[in-house]
Design a protein around this ligand. Structure first.
Ligand code: FES
Length: 130
């Protein structure tokens, strides 16, 4: 049996035994490995009428997964990690129509987008209203 390593084997062994602290630091691009959606789901095909208190801070659900619609219940942390609630503070007490479809161009308020075909023909996730 030949005990002398060839140059090729010596290089291979050398590369295999390289110490981790001598490895060059490579910054890899951030890759999202999650299959969780960062797109909102349609919570409702109509807006929610709410009475807002002036000066109070609200968190409007942007992901559509909250069970406390139209407000955030923290579900985005597990079901839509790319989305965050929209925080807003109304200046005065008021009634408002907050978007339920999550596709308004004027969040958190309804702008009528829910009347469009892509909203009205969409299937809703389970446990939501129509
Ligand atoms: S409910 Fe979303 S735009 Fe009206």
């Amino acid at each position: 049996m030949n005990t002398i390593m060839s140059d090729r084997v010596r290089k291979l062994v050398s590369a295999t035994l390289i110490q981790p602290w001598t490895w060059p630091i490579i910054t890899a691009p951030k890759v999202q490995l999650s299959t969780l959606s960062s797109e909102p789901v349609i919570a409702s095909k109509k807006p929610f009428k709410v009475e807002l208190v002036g000066g109070k801070r609200y968190s409007w659900c942007t992901c559509g997964h909250s069970k406390k619609q139209p407000f955030c219940d923290g579900t985005h942390k597990t079901k839509a990690q790319g989305l965050m609630p929209l925080r807003f503070i109304p200046e005065k007490d008021s009634k408002a129509w907050l978007c339920g479809c999550k596709y308004t161009a004027n969040p958190p308020y309804c702008d009528g987008t829910h009347k469009q075909e892509f909203i009205q023909s969409a299937l809703l996730p389970e446990n939501t209203d129509s």
